[in-house]
Design a protein around this ligand. Structure first.
Ligand code: CP
Length: 318
C-alpha cells in the first residue's frame, strides 16, 4: 500500500545540513524539524508501515563495524519504506580481513553510486572522518562513547509524544554514563528543548565533570526518583569496560535497577525508557520493562520514524 505523495511537503527551510554527525551543535529549530518530520512520516504511513516513493533512485549504505539490531535494521527499513535502495555492509566477511583500509572500504562502497552512508564504529569521530573523505552524506549511527544522534532523537520523540513538550520536564539518564554515546546525544537534545537533565549512577560511571555539560549529577536513584518525569535506563556496557566499576551486578541492581518497589515511589505518570538492548534484572526488572510505564518498544517504532525523517532531510538537502 502506498501513500499519496502530496501528504509529504517540501524540506523545511531551516534544514540545510548534508550530514548528521551529532546533536551537539543543533538548534532547537533543527531538532524540532526532525521530530516534526518523523511525526509526519509516522502519521502518513500508518505507523511507518506503508511505503512512500520520496527517495526512489537514491541508495543508502549501512556500514556497521560494531554489532547492532535496532539501528541497522531500522535504517535499512526506513530507506526501503521511502523507496531507496539499500546496501548492508558488515565488517565480518569483508575484504578488511585482506588488509583493505577502513577509508578504502568506504570509498569503494561510495563508488557504487551511494548517496548516503550510515556508519557505526567503536572509534569516536569516525563519521566526521568519513564526512571529510567522502562526497556523499554521512549519518552517525554510533561512534564509540561519543554520540548516537538518532537514538537521542527517537528517545526525545517518544517523550514528546507522551508529554507534548520537553520544556520543564526532569529527565534522568541512569546507569553507565561513562561509556554511553546515547547519554551525550540525549543531553544535547533534551537541554536544547528545555528539559532538566540528571545523570545518575555509581561514581565510577558518573564523573562530576558531567556538570560542565549543564546537567545535574547524582549517585542516588532513590534520592532523585520523586522528582523525575522520565527515566532513561542506560545499559551497563560490560563489553567496553576493562575493570568492573562496581562490586557485583547484584550490588548495582540493588542501588540502580528500576523495579516495582521504586515504581511505587515514583511519580504516577513516570515514563520508563531504555535504548536497548537491556540487561533484564540489571538496569530494570522484567515486570517494569514490560509494564504499563514502559515505552521501550514505542522507542523502537519511533526509531524507524526518526530514521525515515533523517534520510529524507539529508537526501533531500544533498
Ligand atoms: N539502541 C541501539 O543502538 O541498539 P542497537 O545496538 O541494537 O542498534
Amino acid at each position: 500500500m502506498s501513500t499519496d505523495l502530496s501528504e509529504i511537503g517540501d524540506i523545511p527551510a531551516v534544514w540545510t545540513r548534508r550530514h548528521l554527525l551529532g546533536l551537539e551543535d543543533f538548534s532547537a529549530e533543527e531538532l524540532n524539524c526532525i521530530l516534526d518530520a518523523a511525526a509526519m512520516f509516522k502519521e502518513a504511513t500508518g505507523g511507518c508501515k506503508q511505503k512512500l516513493s520520496v527517495l526512489v533512485g537514491r541508495t543508502c549504505a549501512n556500514l556497521f563495524f560494531e554489532a547492532s539490531t535496532r539501528t541497522r535494521t531500522s535504517f535499512s527499513l526506513a530507506a526501503r519504506r521511502l523507496g531507496a535502495d539499500t546496501v548492508d555492509f558488515t565488517a565480518t566477511g569483508s575484504s578488511l580481513s585482506k588488509g583493505e583500509t577502513f577509508i578504502d572500504t568506504a570509498k569503494n562502497i561510495e563508488a557504487m553510486g551511494v548517496d548516503v552512508v550510515v556508519v557505526r564504529h567503536r572509534t569516536p569521530g569516525t563519521p566526521h572522518l568519513l564526512a571529510q573523505q567522502l562526497d556523499c552524506s554521512v549519518i552517525n549511527a554510533g561512534d564509540g562513547a561519543h554520540e548516537h544522534p538518532t537514538q537521542g532523537l527517537l528517545d526525545i520523540l517518544t517523550i514528546r509524544e507522551h508529554r507534548g513538550n520537553l520544556a520543564g520536564l526532569t529527565v534522568a539518564l541512569v546507569g553507565d554514563i561513562a561509556h554511553s554515546r546515547t547519554a551525550r546525544s540525549n543531553i544535547w537534545g533534551l537541554r536544547k528543548l528545555g528539559a532538566h537533565v540528571i545523570v545518575c549512577g555509581p561514581s565510577t560511571l558518573v564523573s562530576p565533570l558531567w556538570r560542565e555539560l549543564g546537567v545535574e549529577v547524582s549517585h542516588s536513584l532513590d534520592a532523585i526518583l520523586p522528582r523525575c518525569d522520565v527515566l532513561n535506563l542506560l545499559r551497563i556496557q560490560f563489553e567496553r569496560q576493562s575493570t568492573r566499576p562496581f562490586p557485583s551486578v547484584r550490588e548495582y541492581a540493588h542501588l540502580y535497577a528500576m523495579n516495582r518497589e521504586r515504581l511505587e515511589r515514583a511519580k504516577d505518570d513516570i515514563l520508563i525508557l531504555a535504548p536497548g538492548p537491556i540487561n533484564r534484572g540489571v538496569e530494570v526488572t522484567p515486570d517494569v520493562a514490560d509494564g504499563p510505564h514502559s515505552v521501550i518498544l514505542e522507542q523502537v517504532t519511533n526509531g524507524l520514524a526518526i530514521r525515515m525523517a533523517v534520510l529524507w532531510l539529508i537526501c533531500g538537502a544533498g
